[in-house]
Ligand binder design. Structure first.
Ligand code: SF4
Ligand code: SF4
Ligand code: SF4
Length: 246
């Protein structure tokens, strides 16, 4: 019997699910080896029986806490898919305001009808077995994880920082152009896609396992910058590394 796979969306833009749908030929291969029993972006089917649950999005309401606990109870393997699920991603920007401020900002005079809590990654609520980082995730990594799960091979995340791939791609470092970049402390595996296309790394794939923060500070100092100069940008994907307001 094929393993039963379910995709669930929590708070996010649903871009991670769209990226899975964009797999083209790979999605056909995927369907040949697993049964996709829940995937709201692609099908109206529902099931509470699944082996592997992919979770997109952050946890931002009390109801979502209950929902993710239920999914965890049903799933043998639970995977955080994408930055929102892995680090709370862009949703964590709300954590720098009080929840009342957020509700007023979004709902105005109707704020009293809504409830929200600071955004948190999935693993802060339930145990997570695997993480697929990125906004959106890299499709090859999703396929590689599924293959490992099906064949019993060990799945390992890319360990080196984005700078390694960036150098291999022979990019001119953006610091040389007066810009900033989180490549030195961010987990690679994306082939430095943002720098290759003329931008910088925003840190969407989270910190490497043992980030060399001193090297990042030294790099900043070389260009007359401090951590405070780049903190605002770093919060875009990694705000949960700082204290959340209640
Ligand atoms: S990680 Fe990015 S693409 Fe995925 S749901 Fe969050 S914002 Fe959207
Ligand atoms: S800091 Fe950014 S631009 Fe410079 S080498 Fe590293 S990833 Fe590339
Ligand atoms: S370069 Fe940085 S921001 Fe862009 S995909 Fe890679 S980790 Fe994410």
């Amino acid at each position: 019997m094929k393993p039963r796979v379910a995709f669930f969306d929590f708070t996010g833009c649903e871009g991670c699910q769209l990226e899975v749908l964009n797999f083209n030929l790979e999605i056909v291969d995927l369907i040949n080896v697993v049964d996709i029993v829940e995937f709201r972006e692609a099908s109206s089917d529902h099931s509470d029986e699944y082996d592997i649950a992919f979770i997109e999005g952050s946890i931002t309401t009390e109801k979502e806490i209950e929902r993710i606990q239920g999914i965890r109870n049903n799933a043998k393997i639970l995977v955080s898919l994408g930055a929102c699920a892995c680090t709370a991603g862009v949703n964590a920007l709300k954590n720098f305001y009080t929840m009342d401020e957020n509700l007023k900002l979004v709902y105005g005079e109707n704020a009293k009808w809504y409830k929200t809590i600071p955004a948190r990654p999935v693993h802060s609520v339930v145990p997570v077995d695997f993480f697929i980082h990125g906004c959106p995730p890299i499709r090859g990594e999703v396929i590689r994880l599924v293959k490992c799960l099906l064949t019993g091979k060990k799945f390992e995340l890319y360990h080196d920082p984005v700078c390694v791939e960036c150098k291999l791609n022979e990019n001119i470092c953006v610091y040389e152009k007066g810009q900033t970049c989180f490549g030195p402390v961010t987990r690679g595996g994306c082939n430095s896609i943002c720098v290759n296309s003329g931008r910088h790394c925003w840190g969407c794939r989270a910190l490497v396992d043992e980030p060399n923060l001193n090297a990042e500070k030294e790099l900043l100092a070389r260009y007359n910058l401090t951590v405070n100069d780049i903190l605002g940008k770093y919060r875009i994907f990694n705000g949960t590394l700082e204290v959340a307001k209640s």
